[in-house]
Design a protein around this ligand. Structure first.
Ligand code: APR
Length: 255
């Protein structure tokens, strides 16, 4: 592992800019459960892939809203972990663009400055009918009498339900975010891929695109993933431990 960290750090230290693709694994050590983790307590009997769809919301807006309210509570309590912090520190030496599939705000709170959220933001809400265009963001905290414990509020413009501003299964990703992430993958010399299983498209195709266009892919994941066969270097461990060591090694090489 020491040798691999050293090789990965040498690769990074030669770059002016790197692209990082993150997934749920980077937030795991902050206590934010992934979709594919078994759900706790009250939510244990639900299949998350059946809660995170527009059809589920249409069928039972209250149920889906309450599930997101539970997840928002977990994100509010969570703090960036040493993996998030290390990625923010990497900006001392290189330009770092983080393409994330996560809907939490932990990269932002750790201090990363250039983040492309592919799957939206759980703390934001929007009109389900996109009445003023996609997304019609709604500041729910500013709605008179709004109580998140009472289910979704109504859009003040058109009366449709308000939903979380996240990308549900079967929905398109925000066009500009995906376009920029794709361009970055095509031009990257190095892509660092952290904590993603690489099974959800189109984000999962970005490391393959980068590798096809000549980038070295460095993966940080304690388990093998769909990305691992493409990775030039696989740093097998939790990102909260591996990333601080990697970033420290970059700093030592550039000192
Ligand atoms: N450090 C790094 N990686 C970890 C850690 C850790 N401490 N713990 C687990 N992992 C890895 C797992 O081995 C797995 O490969 O993180 C990955 C998490 O995979 P998923 O739960 O599939 O998360 P992700 O790839 O982000 O999912 C993509 O699917 O659930 C939907 O829209 C949701 O954005 C999400 C998308």
């Amino acid at each position: 592992m020491l040798d691999q960290i050293h090789s990965a750090a040498s690769l990074l230290a030669r770059q002016r800019e790197i692209v990082v693709l993150t997934g749920a694994g980077v937030s795991k050590e902050s206590g934010v459960p992934t979709f594919r983790d078994a759900l706790d307590g009250l939510w244990a009997r639900y299949d998350p892939e059946q809660l995170a769809t527009a059809a589920a919301f249409e069928r039972d807006p209250r149920l889906v809203w309450d599930w997101y309210e539970y997840r928002r509570g977990l994100v509010r309590q969570a703090q960036p972990n040493p993996g998030h912090v290390a990625l923010a520190e990497l900006e001392r030496w290189l330009r770092v663009v983080i393409v994330t599939q996560n809907v939490d705000d932990l990269h932002q709170r750790a201090g990363s400055t250039d983040i492309i959220p592919l799957h939206g933001a759980i703390m934001r809400s929007k009109c389900f009918a996109a009445c003023l265009g996609e997304p019609t963001l709604i500041d729910v905290a500013g709605l008179a009498g709004f109580d998140p414990a009472q289910g979704p509020p109504r859009c003040p413009h058109c009366g449709a339900w308000v939903r979380p501003d996240v990308v549900w299964f079967g929905e398109m990703l925000p066009r500009d975010a995906l376009a920029r992430a794709t361009r970055l993958a095509q031009s990257a010399k190095v892509m660092l891929v952290v904590g993603t299983s690489g099974v959800v498209q189109p984000a999962a195709s970005l490391p393959f695109l980068a590798a096809r266009c000549g980038a070295a892919v460095i993966e940080v994941n304690p388990s093998r993933s769909e990305i691992t066969p493409t990775a030039a270097i696989w740093l097998a461990g939790p990102s909260g431990e591996v990333l601080p060591r990697l970033v420290q090694a970059v700093g030592e090489q550039l000192a």
